[in-house]
Design a protein around this ligand. Sequence first.
Ligand code: F6P
Length: 325
Amino acid sequence: MGKEVKKIGVLTSGGDAPGMNAALRAVVRTALNNNIQVVGIKRGYNGLMNGDIRELKGKDVSEILGRGGTILHSARALEMLTEEGQKKAANIYKILGLDALVVIGGDGSFQGCKALAKYGVNCIGIPATIDLDISCSEYTIGFDTAVNTGVDAISKLRDTTGSHERCSVCEVMGRDAGYIALWCAMGGGAEEVLLPESKETATSENVIKQIIENRSKGKLHNLVVVAEGIGGSQELAKEIQEKTGIQTRATILGHLQRGGAPTALDRVRASEMGYMAVQLILEGNMNKVIAYNKGEYEAIDIEEALSMQKEFDPKMYEIVKVLSI
Ligand code: F6P
């Protein structure tokens, strides 16, 4: 057991992700269940630096389990990258009398935790980003929902693409990581997928060659998924049309992919992670990031979590290729 915990803060930071609310609800209700007061900090670290807070009671987190976005609002706080901003945030933490801070966000947000730890702030990180680009964890809150949204969009595109015997290029989010694109490609049965992790083969020449080959085998429509990290889908669509004579349309899903009700998986994992965050605080097990690996939750030191590298597993990419013939 750690020292008595009376009051904690919680914030959501970086790009919002479906399931952040579910994690917030779990943090608040687990804390209240242990007689801990909870302060909700608005707009990520910006709210911490400016003392923009409100106390959260059980009822304040009612009806949010299945809501996308974050009721606390989120932001990317550039000031937290500066020593001045970090000192300001740590000072407010002390003025508020917080015993710990739960940060629901991505790697960038955990960098904030790492910096604050130097000033005596006790942090617990909960991984939440649609991009799945947090090195220490195989799962991040919001990824499953974003993939489901992408697959749904691709299925709809497939209907119209097939009807007109066209080609569709669908660009999905993911920043510099191709996980969303890869899962959307497999889940949506795409003929081609262009990922930042396989840049050497992700060329328009290769895509066009494949489309021509597909046509010769009697495949009359093609769906190409492009990761945001590759980009240029409008240009790619134009090039495909010019070089193959096949009508081609580009669709960029963009921020549509960040919204919507979280899937059951995201709700369950977010709830478990929120619960675990408070358990770690009660144990005095501070400055950890919660991760989900090989079917189990674990608490990893923030410094270690941030120094880890995620290896891209080419297996799934190979399977998409094999299945697309
Ligand atoms: O990190 C989540 C994400 O949606 C990325 O996929 C995307 O590159 C980025 O955020 C977009 O950020 P913003 O909403 O600030 O434009």
